[in-house]
Write a protein that binds this ligand. Sequence first.
Ligand SMILES: *Cc1c(COP(=O)(O)O)cnc(C)c1O
Length: 424
Amino acid sequence: MKTLAILGGDPVLNSAPAPYRTIGIEESRAVQKVMDDGELSSFLGSWNDAFYGGPNVRAFESEWAEHFKVTHAVSVNSATSGLIAALGAVGVEPGDEVIVSPWTMCASATAVLVWGAVPVFADIEEETFNLDVASIKRNLSPQTRAIVLPDIFGHAAALEEIMEIAASEDLLVIEDASQAPGALYRGAYVGTLAHIGVFSLNYHKHIHTGEGGVCVTNDSKLAERMQLIRNHGEAVVEGKGVDDISNIIGFNFRMPEIEAAIGREQLKKLDTLLARRQEICERLSRGLSGLSGLQVPRVWEDCTHAYYLYGMILDPEVVGVPKNRLIDALEAEGIAGLTRGYANLHLLPMYQRRIAMGKKGYPWNDAVYSGEVSYQKGICPVAERLQDETYVGLLVCLYDYSNDEVDKTIEAFQKVWEQRELLL
Ligand SMILES: *Cc1c(COP(=O)(O)O)cnc(C)c1O
C-alpha cells in the first residue's frame, strides 16, 4: 500500500486541473463589434425608448427569457443588484421579516437589509443544503413578508412545498438561482418557479460576463418595478404613468452593452458547459459513493443538479477521523479546491452586533419592527453542525477536469479512506 502523502508518501495528483474558462473567439468578436459601433451603453434614466437599454441588452434579455421559458428577463450588473431589485419589487419594507437561508452567499440576506427589513435565518436540510420546509414554518411570524430561496450548489430547493406555504401565508418568494442556471425541477428551469428568480453572471459562475446578472419573472408588474429600480425609477414614474411608487428608489443597476454582447454568446454555450459539469460530477459520484461514511451529492427524482459546488457529508462515527485531519490528508494527496464549510451568515459580525445601516442598530431597533429575531449560535443546528463537523466540498466551479483527473481525484479519496486509521 502506498504511503499517505501527509505521512511522507507521494501525492496521487501532482497539479491542479486547468482553470475553468468559458470565454472564446465568439465573445471576442461580439465585444469587438460593440467597440466598433462605439455605443457602450444606451440606457437613459428617463421615460423614453432608451429607458430599456441598447440593442444587445434587449436582445440578451429576450434570448434569456426564451431559453428559460419565462415572460420577462431583466438584466442587471450583478446578482447582488438583482436581489436588491427583486426585494424592492416585491414590496419588502421596514417592519417586515424575510426568511433566508444561512447557507448562501451573503448578498441573498443583505438585499433584505437594503430595504430596511430584517433577515430571519431558517435552518437547512441535509439532502440539498437548501432551506428546510419545517424550519421555514417554525420561523413564520406576523411580520414575515417574503422568502429568499437559494438553490444552493446547483440543486433546487423544495420549491413546490415552499410555494404552497407562500400561497397560504401570502408571501412572495425570490429564488436565488445564481448557482443553478440550467438545473431542472420537475421539468421546469430552476429560477423560474417562484415570483422572481435571480441569476448571476459573475466570473465564477457557469457562464459569465465578468460581472452581471439577470432577474426573471412571469409577472409584468414585478418586471416593470425591477426595471424602474434598475434605472433611476423616481425620475421615470411620472412620465411612464406609474402609480405605485413605493420602493421605486432607482439605482444604476444597468448592464453595459459589452457585457450583454458577451452574455448572448455565453448563453449559447450554457447547455454544453452544464452537460460537461454534470458528466464530471456524476463520474465523481460513481467513484466516491462506495466510500463508507461519505455521502455524495443527492439528486432528487425529477430534478437535475447544476453542480456549482460538489457538496459531501461525512458521518463522523463511521469515518472515525476528525473532519479537518481528513481534509488535510486529502489536500496532501494533491486534490485541489477542497472546502471545509460554506457560510452560516447569522454568525457574521453584521448580525451578531446588529450594525448594518448607520451605527444605531437600524433596522432591528426601529419602532416599526415588532419582531424578535435571534442570531444566536444554535438557531440553525443543521447548518452549524455541517460547518463544524460533517461538510466537505469540492469547488468544481473552478476547474476544467479531464476524466483522468476525475479518476485520480477518486483514487486519492480511496487511498485516504483505506488508510484513515493511520491519521489518528
Ligand atoms: C454568486 C452569488 C451571488 C452574487 O452574485 P453576484 O453576481 O456576484 O452579485 C448571490 N447569491 C448566490 C447564491 C451566489 O452564488
